[in-house]
Design a protein around this ligand. Sequence first.
Ligand code: MV4
Length: 449
Amino acid sequence: MLKKILIANRGEIAVRVIRAAKSMGIKTVAVYSEADKNSLHVQLADQAVCIGPAPSLQSYLRIDAILEAARETGADSVHPGYGFLSESSTFAQACKDNGLVFIGPSPELIESMGNKSQARKTMIEAGVPVVPGSKEPMHNAQDALKAAREMGWPIMIKASGGGGGKGMRVSLDESDFEEQFNIAQHESVSFFDNDTMYLERALFNPRHVEVQIMADSFGNVVSLGERDCSIQRNHQKMVEESPCPFLSEEKREAIARTAVTAAKAVGYESAGTIEFLVDDAENFYFMEMNTRIQVEHSVAEMRFNIDLVREMIRVASGLELSWKQEDLKPVGHAIECRINAERPARNFMPSPGPVTALNFPGGNGVRIDSAMYAGGAISSYYDSMVAKIITHAPTREEAIEKMKCALEETVIGGVYTNLDIQYAIMCNEVFRNGEATTSFIEHFLAGEL
Ligand code: MV4
């Protein structure tokens, strides 16, 4: 078993990993930027090392500084959390080269799933349904137009190095194709230094449904249910829930089986997520694979009464999965609302600053994942998430009602937050009917629903 884990992250996920490690009797090392010297993850870890100034590029993204911190403290492993270096194959490889266990999949796997057109091709070959579109990557508008004419419009032009919406454009017909392709490609080059593009048929008002999977180094893979993450603003998730409120039992099982097939096809290890787009007729299509623990993993943990980070640590230590698929019986419904320090009335601009008062909700089936404390602060250098509130109840209706109570109990003083927006979503009829698609939030915020 691993003996000392360095957590290459900050905020609630660093705290989350420290808790899992401590509960297993494993020592922890925090790394922190100068802006985070008073942060909760620094206070909770057994040891802490400052790795540089506030900007992420000079601290949490510094591979050399993190490796040096591991060497100094004698850590035997690294947990990357989410964001920052969690999907950097370079970082995973550098850990390995320095004799550290990277708690996640192999660098090769991170690399191959990070290349979205290659991942798409791999999944096609594994028999996983993908959105109809191109199979080969493309580098110029002429080749792309030829492929576009064969598949027909409307078309989504996507960046191979992208994911999460950057370098993505819709083309409605042939007349705007080259222009949209060039815009998307230009974005891709400037954001990801990569001109590789691919095409998909544009689905109309799809739902975003993703499957949590967990795999060990012996080829065992289990599914831990699907999440509906359709409520996103600017490709930032706001609300996630499990199970998906509109899928039939038959489709639910099919999508989980497909996710396990996809993970097995690539020889996956550790926690991962397979993202699908789902249309009105419940057809589902592979979109991307995320090779990290995600923000919303807590939703699966509540329903299955498991600890995914503990499992990641066990698997990285060379142990087999703790459960077989048939042992895993989900209970009830779980919903997560992300609470951000942001100002809805000012186009959700971040609202950093000291948190002068803080009260989190509690009670049966209410979970808070947060690194905030009264007297703490939201830094302008990092993302503005203050807490995740997760509720769990026998039915979806009860989980929603519990969330309304939890949101009402929550006090976050000194900064603006999206608490009221989340409360209004919980009250909205379209959401309550389980009818929210990826276009819900736009109409909701425009006051149309
Ligand atoms: C799509 C799509 C429709 N058709 N692909 C947005 C984020 C990126 N990961 C993929 N995205 C989309 N891809 C096809 N072929 C619609 C979206 C999309 C979306 C997806 C999930 C959640 C919210 C979204 C909001 C707008 C567009």
